[in-house]
Design a protein around this ligand. Structure first.
Ligand SMILES: Cc1ncc(COP(=O)(O)O)c(C=O)c1O
Length: 340
C-alpha cells in the first residue's frame, strides 16, 4: 500500500467480507430538505436531499463494517488472545458484535459518561465493558495500559486500513444505489468513515465531491489539516460520536488526498439537523449522525445548481429521554411552505 493510503481493492475486499453479514441500508429522500436549500438559493438535483440510512445498520451505526473487516484480518493467535478497543459507544458496539460473531473475547473501554444504551448494548453483545475517565483522552491512556497488561490486540476506532476499508463500503453502496451522485457528506470523528467513503467513491467515480463535517468543539481533523500534523484536543460537543481526541496518521493522509473540504458546525446547528431528521424525515438519528445533514441544511457545503447530494446518517444510538432534553433547547429550522 502507498504510505497511509488505502487502495480501492481493499474496499472491494471489505465489501466481500461484509455482504450477507450486515444490512445494505437504504437511501432515504427528503423533498422538505430540498425546499430548505431552495430558500437559500441552492437548487439541488430533482429537488431532494438523499440520506444513506446507516442508523438502520446492525448495532445502529456504520461501525460494525470496520469492526467485522478488522476481525476477519486477525491471526488465529490474535483471536485467541482477545481484542480491546475504546469508544464513546458506537465503535464499542460494533466491535462487541463482531467479536461475538467470531467467538473472540472483547474488552471495551468507554468514558464513564458514555451513553447508557451504548454501554448496555455492548455488554449485551457479550463484551467486557470497562468505564474509565472523564474524557476519551483519559480512556485512551488507560486502554493502552490494559492492552499491554493483558496482551490484547487493539481494534482501532479509526486509524487502521482494515477499519477504513470497512467504513468505506458505505461509499460503495451509495454508488450502487445512486450512481449519479455528485456530492457526499459525512461526519468526521477520527475520520475513517468520511475518508474511507471519499477514497472508495473517488477511485470509482472521480469528479464526485466528498466533504466532512466536524463540530466546532471537536475539530481535530480541521486542525490537523491546517497544521499538517496530528493535533490533540479535548473534544466537547453534543455529537459524542464525533468526539475524537485526534485525527489518525492514516485518516489525515487520506483526508489530504481525497476530501474536498471539512466544514465546522456548532452544536445548535447540529441539533437543528437532528430535530429535522426526527420531525420531518421520521428518522431517529443521533446528533453525530445528523451533522452531515445539518451542514447541508445550513448552507455550509458548496453545492452547484442541479447537483445530487447524499448525506450519511451515520448512527442512531441515543436515549430518547436525553434526546428530548437536547432538542427541547434546539431551535427548529425554518421550513418554507410547499409550492402546490
Ligand atoms: C454516529 C457516528 N457518526 C460518525 C462517526 C465518525 O466516524 P469516524 O471516527 O470514522 O470519523 C462516529 C464515530 O464514532 C459515530 O459514532
Amino acid at each position: 500500500m502507498t504510505e497511509h493510503i488505502v487502495p480501492l481493492e481493499r474496499f472491494v475486499d471489505a465489501r466481500r467480507v461484509l455482504v450477507g453479514r450486515i444490512n445494505h441500508t437504504p437511501i432515504l429522500t427528503s423533498t422538505t430538505a430540498g425546499r430548505v436549500l431552495d430558500a437559500r438559493g441552492i437548487r439541488v438535483g430533482d429537488g431532494r436531499i438523499y440520506a444513506k440510512a446507516e442508523h438502520l445498520q446492525k448495532t445502529g451505526a456504520f461501525k460494525i463494517r470496520g469492526a467485522l473487516n478488522k476481525m476477519e484480518a486477525l491471526t488465529q493467535r490474535e483471536r485467541k488472545a482477545g481484542v480491546i478497543t475504546l469508544s464513546a459507544g458506537n465503535h464499542a458496539q460494533g466491535v462487541a458484535l463482531a467479536a461475538h460473531q467470531a467467538g473472540v473475547h472483547a474488552v471495551v473501554m468507554m468514558p464513564s459518561g458514555a451513553v447508557r444504551s451504548k454501554v448496555d448494548a455492548s455488554r449485551g453483545y457479550g463484551a467486557e465493558v470497562i468505564l474509565f475517565g472523564e474524557h476519551v483522552g483519559e480512556t485512551w491512556a488507560r486502554m493502552e495500559e490494559v492492552q499491554a497488561e493483558r496482551r490484547l490486540t487493539f481494534v482501532p476506532p479509526f486509524d487502521d486500513p482494515y477499519v477504513i476499508a470497512g467504513q468505506g463500503t458505505v461509499g460503495l453502496e451509495i454508488l450502487i444505489d445512486m450512481p449519479d451522485v455528485d456530492v457526499v457528506v459525512a461526519g468526521i470523528g477520527g475520520g475513517a468513515l468520511c475518508t474511507g467513503i471519499a477514497a472508495a467513491i473517488k477511485e470509482t467515480k472521480p469528479g464526485t465531491r466528498v466533504y466532512g463535517v466536524e463540530p466546532v468543539g471537536s475539530n481535530s481533523m480541521t486542525l490537523a489539516l491546517e497544521r499538517n500534523e496530528i493535533v490533540r484536543i479535548q473534544p466537547d460537543s453534543v455529537a459524542d460520536g464525533l468526539g475524537s481526541p485526534f485525527a489518525g496518521e492514516w485518516t489525515l493522509a487520506m483526508a489530504k488526498h481525497y476530501l474536498d473540504g471539512v466544514v465546522l458546525l456548532d452544536d445548535p446547528s447540529i441539533l437543528a439537523g437532528t430535530r429535522f431528521a426526527l420531525e420531518r424525515m421520521k428518522q431517529l438519528v443521533e446528533p453525530a449522525g445528523a451533522a452531515a445533514l445539518a451542514a447541508v441544511l445550513f448552507g455550509q457545503i458548496p453545492i452547484n445548481e442541479g447537483e445530487r447530494v447524499c448525506v450519511v446518517f451515520s448512527g442512531g444510538n441515543v436515549e430518547v429521554d436525553r434526546l428530548g432534553e437536547l432538542l427541547a433547547g434546539a431551535a427548529p429550522l425554518e421550513i418554507p411552505a410547499p409550492v402546490v
